[in-house]
Design a protein around this ligand. Structure first.
Ligand code: ATP
Ligand code: MG
Length: 221
């Protein structure tokens, strides 16, 4: 299977993967590209009327404005706000990468391009043997690494880059994302002080492409 999409991973949970995925989907749609989305595994889902609601998957489905079945976009969802392997175990289930690949294939046959959001970072366990990195390799997709632009970002980014390279995962680029408001306000498209420093330091230690910095968006949804 040849990948015709992007896998959005992060240096951590809560760094802005869904936010960045939604921006990429919107940008591609504006170019007239038919984009499908996938959030293969979502944990910490709320329950409404006895039904699990995967908020990332539902948000991305809405942004992409597609009518694919939610069970294909998001084949695995769990209530427990814990790592996928543990959430599945708690529910006597097992996450199968082959099932995710089959869903991905269905979506890929329907759309020009697929943007897949991971869960947490590269080494998040999906079952007792496999991680998000194994899924990325199975889907043969290049990754975008999202890092929260804050203290610690350099270390987390370089760890993620090194891991991806060791595993033979192609890095499309790195994005530094401001999930909190910068102290010194910066013009919208100029890198902030922290962003600039992160980018310069990371550049010194890796040849992985740095796409840039996303500013904190006050009203983004
Ligand atoms: N550039 C930004 N400006 C303003 N708010 C942002 C920005 N990026 C992310 N956020 C907000 O930060 C929070 C975390 O972002 P998001 O949900 O995209 O992270 P995530 O990496 O997808 O998390 P998870 O690991 O739970 O999937 C959300 O409330 C989101 O709206
Ligand atoms: Mg998310």
């Amino acid at each position: 299977m040849t990948g015709k999409g992007l896998f959005i991973t992060g240096t951590d949970t809560g760094v802005g993967k869904t936010f960045v995925t939604s921006l990429i989907v919107k940008a591609l749609k504006e170019k007239g590209i038919d984009v499908g989305v996938m959030k293969p595994v979502e944990t910490g889902c709320r329950i409404k009327n006895g039904i699990l609601k995967p908020s990332d998957a539902l948000f991305l489905k809405k942004i992409a404005d597609i009518d694919d079945n939610l069970d294909i976009i998001n084949p695995y969802r769990f209530k427990e706000p814990v790592t996928p392997s543990a959430a599945a175990r708690k529910n006597n289930r097992q996450i199968k990468l082959s099932k995710i690949r089959d869903c991905y294939k269905k979506l890929a046959s329907r759309h020009d391009f697929i943007v897949v959001e991971g869960a947490g970072g590269l080494l998040v366990p999906l079952n007792s043997k496999e991680t998000i990195a194994d899924l990325i390799k199975l889907l043969k997709l290049p990754v975008i690494i999202v890092a929260a632009s804050r203290l610690g970002a350099i270390n987390h980014t370089l760890l993620t880059v090194r891991c991806a390279k060791q595993l033979g995962i192609k890095i499309h680029g790195i994005i530094f994302n401001n999930i909190t408001e910068q102290k010194k306000s910066s013009p919208r498209l100029k890198p902030s002080g922290t962003g600039l420093m992160n980018m310069e330091e990371v550049k010194r230690f890796t040849d992985a492409p740095i796409i840039g910095e996303i500013p904190f968006a006050k009203r983004h949804l």
